[in-house]
Design a protein around this ligand. Structure first.
Ligand SMILES: *Cc1c(COP(=O)(O)O)cnc(C)c1O
Length: 232
């Protein structure tokens, strides 16, 4: 039988709490971002009814449709997908967070296009922590200069780093990648004020991510089940 979203949320929440206890961290130091890409608005409504209010989306048009359909709820929207520079305006206008900024030009456009009436857009710099070819994210050695430049833009607020490490079942290897991202954040924090966010950990590796200091885990499959394929 397919587990309900409610049961899934209870299970993931417990998994995060366990991982926090193991790591000696307060449970409230990790926030759960529900990744709702390909999921219908009703699933988000169901998750919200169970107490979740932060949702992550990867595809702009799909996200805008859901933001509109759910405007009666008080939700926090996070953009976590690749960003084309001609699509930055609606992102700047409709989201609270963007996790996938990986070059200065995107940060500049988001800053310029953020409406003045809104608070600065929270952003994470995405880092290609496992140095995979054809993977989004800046290289770790590019991060210090980029972080400094991004932190000076008025319409955005650089909060920290995001990564999607190389997929592997080896828990040691998973932990090493997350530890690398944490150390990079610690290094940047010496020069850039206000960095408090490590966006890392997905359904398959949230436990090692929390062990290494994740403050936001981005969970899709474990909450909503296998993704609905696009374009079918
Ligand atoms: C889809 C996605 C997730 C969620 O992945 P699951 O394995 O389904 O939990 C997290 N982060 C990003 C950037 C994603 O694109």
């Amino acid at each position: 039988m397919k587990a309900s979203i409610e049961e899934n949320i209870a299970q993931v929440t417990e998994q995060i709490a366990d991982a926090c206890r193991h790591a000696g961290r307060p449970v409230a130091s990790v926030s759960l971002l529900a990744v709702s890409k390909t999921r219908p608005a009703e699933d988000i409504r169901a998750a919200h009814a169970c107490g979740l209010n932060r949702f992550g989306e990867n595809y702009l048009q799909e996200a805008l449709d859901k933001i509109d359909a759910l405007s009666d709820l008080d939700l926090e929207w996070h953009f976590i997908g690749p960003i084309q520079s001609n699509k930055t305006r609606p992102i700047a206008e409709h989201f609270h967070w963007v996790h996938s900024v990986d070059r200065l030009k995107i940060g500049q456009r988001l800053s310029d296009q953020r409406p003045e009436a809104m608070p600065p857009l929270n952003i994470c710099l995405q880092v290609n922590i496992s140095r995979e070819q054809s993977k989004s994210g800046c290289l770790p050695e590019e991060a210090p200069e980029l972080a400094k430049a991004l932190s000076q833009l008025p319409g955005i607020r650089l909060r920290g780093l995001m990564a999607i490490p190389k997929a592997t079942d080896d828990e040691q290897e998973q932990r090493r990648a997350f530890a690398d991202l944490r150390q990079l954040l610690e290094q940047l924090a010496a020069d850039v004020p206000g960095l408090d966010t490590l966006s890392m950990g997905m359904s398959g590796d949230l436990v090692p991510a929390v062990a290494e200091g994740a403050t936001i885990v981005r969970i899709g499959t474990a909450l909503f089940g296998a993704r609905i394929p696009k374009n079918v």
